[in-house]
Design a protein around this ligand. Structure first.
Ligand code: AMP
Ligand code: ZN
Length: 472
């Protein structure tokens, strides 16, 4: 059974979703004001591995992953360029998904944008005002922390004593708040100021935290199973999300809270503000492969810090190369003609596969221990390689090994696409090239493309509506 460390209880807990067989989860996504760095991607890849492992365990999934497309940086940068916030964020949203996909992450079911959910935010704020959990001051709306005695239950930060000076993490800004801990839900803006939205409590724009309460409850309901994000989001972001959501509904917001540790560089947290970061694109330009970057970022269990080094990345590069070669070697191996079959206890290869599968699952069940899960994969690879070199594999052994590789990869995504696989967009591109060749009466090239596609199991049909293709 899967166990996860729940930040709420500070305990390893057995994971049991509220509705049997179905998981509803929310992961805080990127602020789309710049390129995401590989520290951000460590957190997002952790989310992807969590997602894939839940599927591996047989759960149906609704996974919501938001894009924060409004915040002070976005407002300032777009104003400086004289463009709207949408115009400013559009290219960064495109780049984000390009990088996210290239790193082998599965797209979550729902990927909402904050600016498209302002109405839901306004509804929650109206409820909070109505039930005394929020108040107006100087035209802005603040959350009244004194009305939510459980405040602090996630981060365990104590606010005893002198509150105003208790922590420099508390927003002691210029506004007139009842309590220094209170945070903005809605910030007043002038009539002509953009961005701004009309609300019953005045024209304004949302504070940062309200968006995640609004988008999670919109798609997952008032109570859902799991909420995750990077460590730094525990406080104040997630603490405030709990206060807003539970303050509005009176119900438990999320049953499990899971937080991943930082990626560091020279033992300092990688961050935009410190300037000590690499984006995915920086590393691609230096020739590193997405698979190696992914491998490196997931190789350390999510609750441990990971220090980025180029030696580590180079080592990951040769590891993923070895894994890919292994899969090709097994695929291309010819049956050794032996009659031994799966199920016979004397197949060392089948035994290695079954040990690896159970160790893999045991490791992942243990709070997603990816390091131990990878060790199980590597043990299998080593043993099967030895057997392959000495005796070859029977047909059954070969398919048992490939089946296990498929299972590992459904969770980790580190073997990469098989060379023989074609993505839909590759196929479309080849078809477009073939049409172009035909237009230029280059039938040799056109036939070559048809043959190339056929060799990969794609058949083409000329229909009256144009060219159609299907996989065999
Ligand atoms: P942001 O785009 O700033 O909203 O951050 C997106 C996510 O990246 C959040 O979940 C952060 O916790 C996470 N994050 C930021 N810096 C790092 C880092 N150095 N290592 C791991 N995760 C990070
Ligand atoms: Zn969030």
């Amino acid at each position: 059974m899967l166990k996860l460390f729940n930040t709420l209880s500070r305990q390893l807990e057995e994971f049991e979703p509220i509705e049997a067989g179905r998981v509803r989860m929310y992961i805080c996504g990127p602020t789309v004001w710049n390129f995401a760095h590989i520290g951000n991607f460590r957190t997002f890849i952790f989310g992807d591995v969590l997602r894939r492992y839940l599927k591996f365990k047989g759960f149906e999934l609704t996974h919501v992953f938001n894009l924060t497309d409004i915040d002070d940086r976005i407002i300032n940068e777009s104003a400086a360029r004289g463009i709207s916030i949408d115009e400013f964020t559009a290219p960064f949203i495109t780049y984000f998904w390009e990088d996210f996909d290239a790193l082998g992450n599965e797209r979550p079911e729902v990927t909402p944008r904050a600016t498209e959910h302002i109405a839901e935010m306004i509804d929650i704020i109206a409820k909070l005002i109505e039930n005394g959990h929020a108040y107006e001051s100087d035209g802005s709306i603040y959350y009244r922390i004194a009305a939510f005695p459980e405040y602090g239950k996630l981060s365990k930060i104590s606010f005893e004593g002198n509150i105003a000076g208790a922590s420099d993490r508390v927003d002691t800004d210029k506004y007139d708040k009842e309590d220094a801990r209170d945070f903005a839900l809605w910030k007043l803006v002038g009539e002509d100021e953009t961005p701004g939205w009309d609300a019953p409590f005045g024209r304004g724009r949302p504070g940062w935290h309200i968006e995640c309460s609004a988008m999670s409850m919109r798609y997952l309901g008032e109570t859902f199973d799991l909420h995750a994000g990077g460590m730094d989001l525990q406080f104040p972001h997630h603490e405030n999300e709990i206060a807003q959501s539970e303050g509005a509904t009176g119900k438990l917001f999320s049953k499990y809270w899971v937080h991943s540790e930082f990626l560091k560089i020279d033992d300092v947290t990688m961050s935009k503000s410190k300037g000590n970061f690499f984006t995915f694109r920086d590393l691609r330009e230096q020739g590193y492969s997405p698979l190696a970057i992914r491998y490196l970022l997931l190789s350390v269990p999510y609750r441990k810090q990971l220090n980025f080094t180029f030696e580590g990345l180079k080592a990951a590069e040769s590891t993923v190369e070895r894994l890919r070669n292994f899969r090709s070697l097994v695929k291309e191996s010819v049956s050794n003609g032996s009659e031994e079959t799966v199920g016979k206890t004397d197949s060392a290869a089948v035994e290695a596969v079954s040990v690896a599968l159970s160790k893999f699952e045991e490791a992942m069940d243990d709070d997603l221990n990816t390091a131990a899960a990878l060790a199980a994969v590597h043990d299998m690879v080593r043993e099967v390689n030895t057997i392959l070199a000495a005796n070859g594999l029977t047909e059954e052994e070969r398919s048992a090994v490939l089946d296990a590789v498929g299972k590992f990869d459904a969770v980790l995504g580190i073997f990469g696409r098989e060379d023989s696989e074609l993505l839909d967009e590759d196929i479309e591109a080849l078809i477009a090239e073939r049409q172009e060749a035909r237009r230029h009466r280059n039938f040799a090239r056109s036939d070559e493309i048809r043959d190339e596609l056929a060799a990969k199991g794609i058949t083409l049909e000329d229909t009256k509506d144009g060219m159609r293709w299907r996989r065999k």
